[in-house]
Design a protein around this ligand. Sequence first.
Ligand code: DQA
Length: 147
Amino acid sequence: MTNAIYILNGPNLNLLGTREPEIYGSHTLDNVKSMCADFCKEHNYALSFHQTNIEGELVDLVQEAGKNGVGLIINPAAYTHTSIALYDALKSLTIPIIEVHISQPAARESFRQISYTAQAATGTISGFGGNSYILALTAIKLKLKNQ
Ligand code: DQA
């Protein structure tokens, strides 16, 4: 796939819309995907959008994004705070990487204060609900234009 932006979503994000709506809002992951698809269509990017609850599958998808994508947006969900395997996979990429969170982990529990994955990212966008993804797509677009 040429000109593809990968958007990867980690564990429990398939439950968006019903999972702790007071924190994560009422958008479903399908809503998020369709907002991202509209953005990509308008700006002439192909979209490769995935969700998995399995850490190794996320690692495989990060590697695939490195081979086939021009940019990567990742919401690693709970693996943000635990996964050195994902950190290592992200470190191997040369394309821009934006870490995304729906909530603002910095304002939440202490175990969410560490992000391993952000340490391998170009930048992080968090706290804007489903719109965090659109802001991340905008960031990738600017990064690709300006580099
Ligand atoms: C999250 C924040 C993480 O701390 C949490 O484990 C998630 C979702 C977010 O998008 O706000 O599952 O990544």
